[in-house]
Each structure stands twice: as C-alpha cells, then as structure tokens.
Write a protein that binds this ligand. Structure first.
Ligand SMILES: Cc1ncc(COP(=O)(O)O)c(C=O)c1O
Length: 440
C-alpha cells in the first residue's frame, strides 16, 4: 500500500494557493521521476504507469532513453534557432521523416508547441486553402482549449462554459457504438444515421456544404471516453468530404504515433486525410505539435502564419530520435500493439462479463478503456465509482487516468513487458471487485 506523507500533502496545499485549478487528478500523485514503466513521487513511492503521462511516453524505457540522449546532445549546441526566421537542419530532417511515415502525397509540415496549436494551424490552413469560412466537428470530441480548437471541443460543458462566443464551427454526432445518439440497432446503422444527419439535415437546413472548409475528426475519440467508431463512419466521412470538396482533417494527437498500432489511427479504416495533426508523443516529453497538409493543397502565403518557438531544437531533437526509432521498428511495434492490445482487451472483456459495474470494454491497438455503469441495463454512468476505482488503484501503486464521464483509459507504453501489464490489470480488477462489493 502506498503511504502519503507530509511532503506530498505540503506540495498539494501550496499548489492550491498559487496554481489555477485545472483538471488535476483526484489522487495525490506528486511526480518526481519516471523510468518508462514506473513513476516515482517525491517521497519515493513507486507506481506502475498505465497513463503514459497522458499518451506521451508511448515507447516506454527505450523511447525515453532515446529522447533524453538526443536532448542532452542538442542542449549544448543550440536550443532555439528562430526557425520561423532562419533555416535549420534538424527541423527539415524531422519534417522529412514525419512525411515519410504518412500516406503518399504528404506533404508540408508546420511545427508548433502543442496539440491545440496544431489544430489551430489546421483550422487556418483549411480556411486559407478553401477560402471557405466554416468547419464541422463532432459532439463529444476534444481538440484542445485555445479558442479555435475549443470551438470544436465538446466533451464537457466545463471546458466551454463562459468562454464563448466561439469560432464558426458546426457539430454533428459521433457514432458511439455503446451509446448511439440515434439509438440504432447496430454500430453500422449508427454510422449510417450519423452520416445521414450531416448530409440530409445539417447540409440542407443549417449550412451549405459549399461554406464548409474542413471536417475535423478524431479517429478514436480520446478525452470523450475512448470511443472507436464503426469503420463505415470514417469511410463515409471521406466520401462526404470528397463530394463537397471539403478537407478531411484527422486529429491524431492522442491516437497517433503507433498508439493504436498504426502510425496514424486512420489507417485502420483505410482512409487518407487531407491534413493530419500531431502532438503529445511527438516530442518525447517536450512540447511539440505538427500540422501536416497534403502537398497538392499548396503553400501558405508569406507572412500569413508563424510562431516563435515552433520547431525549437530540443523538442525537434527528441522527435527526430523517436521518428527514427519508429521507422526502424514500425513492423515490430505494429505487431506488439496488436498482440498486447488484444491480450488487454480480452482481460477487460472478462472483467465486463464478471462485474455489473463494467458496462463496456473497447479499444483499438493499445488505446483501450472500460466504461463503468451503475447497471448494465440502465447504462447510467458510474462516475463516483470510477473515482473510487482510480483512487484504489493509486493506493495499490497503479496510475490510471479517467476519460469521458465514467471511463478509465488503459494506455501503458506499447513496449511495456506483458508481465507488468498483467500485474497492472490484476490491480485494476482487484479495485473493481472491491468497489463492486462495497460501493464508491
Ligand atoms: C485528440 C486531442 N486533440 C487535441 C488535444 C490538445 O492537445 P494539447 O493539450 O497539447 O493542447 C488533445 C489533448 O488531450 C487531444 O487528446
């Protein structure tokens, strides 16, 4: 059992006085050290990590070591090269590598510092390339918190409350197979209804498709609860976009970089986007965002967009090392994510069968989640019980993150040994059992 002492409590008290309340975890984890699989707090408590610090350390110990080494080498050479004003070698090399990992025809890269910025850049590119004013996004999505990206984000009211008016976005329904907004009888039918709503309602009664610059979509909704849409939906979106000359913009910020087993999760659906956005794992722990657009879309007019720190050499050095690693090990990582992902999903499904509290188990590759419900029949979100499970796991030395209203994401490093993964799943199951027996 983890014991929390005065040092941890002291930092949390001081934090509350000087740091704005954000979305910090409900349990008292004060991070100090990380070795790729285990995280340590400032009192030396050791935790198995199933969070990858929000999908950052996808490649565990190996990725961490490579990024650290690259950063250490670069730090003594040059950290900031004013990449918006001067040329530099490393960002060009890194952009070439990123492009080489994407489907043919890509592209041009704009480097930024975060996911929300990568999406802001995509909004601007879509408007610049099409000269159309509006965009389309999906309910329950998360695309970031700066005002453009926040205009798309709609996974929690708290994220938007008192922050409008927003930039010109329309929203449509994402076909959640477990909770279809249309109450359809199958995931395929749900996908059909979702597409039909756009084509036959939104585009007929609300906005002309000729005014839509781009459709923004997460191939797997992340913050919204790790929702994997039916294949037909993503395929249908591509068709819809083509019919109306709308750009399809794929937000790979959480699902990309091999998390689902593919470099871009959209590859699972056999669909190519026109613009891809990346961040999170891309910088190996340092801030880095990238927006990559199909070369045939053209270039941006000189002076139309820039940022001081985009492409800073420390983040880029880490990214360059990681992209090299992915290129060398792509097939191996793909197999690893598929094998371990199905092993985890099997165990999550067993939990679903054994406990009334576990309503759904789902995922793609190693982007997995369970959704907790008061009862399988009512499907009422068990938010308090979710908190109790997360707390119990913490007390037993396992770090996990929630997602959506009552889901728990399971996102260990893709390279985490199976023995450790099973150890973490044992802890999770024990916590679910205790909360099922005793309540939240
Ligand atoms: C799919 C997706 N897009 C965008 C973002 C925003 O990224 P950032 O927090 O780096 O701004 C996130 C963050 O969770 C995300 O999951």
């Amino acid at each position: 059992m983890i014991r929390i002492g005065r040092r941890v409590k002291g930092i949390i008290e001081r934090d509350k006085k000087v740091i704005f309340t954000t979305t910090r975890s409900l349990y008292p984890f004060v991070a100090d050290r990380f070795d790729g699989y285990y995280a340590y707090d400032i009192e030396g408590n050791k935790f198995l990590d199933f969070s990858t610090f929000i999908s950052i350390y996808n490649f565990g110990r190996e990725g961490l070591e490579l990024a650290r080494r690259a950063i250490k080498l670069q730090v003594d050479k040059l950290m900031h090269s004013a990449f918006q004003d001067f040329y530099a070698e490393l960002p060009v090399v890194t952009a070439e590598k990123l492009i080489s990992l994407l489907p043919n025809g890509f592209g041009r890269v704009f480097f930024s510092n975060s996911g929300t910025e990568a999406n802001e850049d995509a909004i601007k590119l879509a408007r610049l390339f099409t000269k159309r004013p509006y965009l389309l996004a999906f309910y329950n999505s998360f695309h970031g918190r700066s005002l453009g990206s926040l205009s798309m984000t709609s996974s929690k009211v708290a994220q938007r409350a008192h922050l409008g008016p927003f930039v010109g976005f329309y929203h449509a329904f994402y076909p959640n197979p477990y909770r279809c907004p249309f109450h359809s009888s199958s995931p395929e039918e749900c996908a059909e209804e979702s597409l039909d709503f756009i084509e036959n309602f939104l585009f007929r009664k609300v906005v002309s498709p000729e005014e839509i610059a781009g459709i923004f979509v997460e191939p797997v909704q992340g913050e919204g609860g790790y929702i994997v849409p039916p294949k037909e939906f993503i395929i249908g979106l591509r068709k819809l976009a083509d019919e109306h000359n709308i750009l399809l913009i794929d937000d790979e910020i959480q699902a990309g970089l091999m998390r689902t087993g593919k470099f871009v999760a959209m590859d699972h659906f056999g669909v190519k986007a026109d613009i891809y956005t990346f961040a999170k794992a891309l910088g190996g722990g340092l801030p880095l965002g990238a927006t990559v657009a199909k070369r045939s879309l053209g270039d941006t007019p000189e002076g139309s967009h820039a940022g001081t720190f985009g492409g800073n050499l420390l983040s880029i050095a880490a990214s360059n090392a990681l992209l090299d690693y992915i290129k060398r090990n792509r097939a191996k990582l793909e197999q690893m994510a598929a094998r371990k992902g199905s092993m985890i999903l099997k165990r999550l499904n067993e939990m679903r069968e054994s406990y009334e509290l576990v309503g759904d188990a789902r995922g793609l590759g190693m982007m997995l989640a369970i959704e907790l419900v008061k009862s399988k029949e009512s499907k009422e979100p068990a938010t308090k019980e979710r908190e109790a499970v997360l707390n119990k796991c913490f007390e037993k030395g396992l770090i996990l993150l929630g997602s959506g209203e009552s889901s728990i994401r399971i996102i260990p490093a893709i390279t985490m040994p199976e023995e450790l993964i099973n150890k973490g799943l044992d802890v999770l199951e024990e916590a679910i059992k205790e909360v099922s027996n005793k309540g939240a």
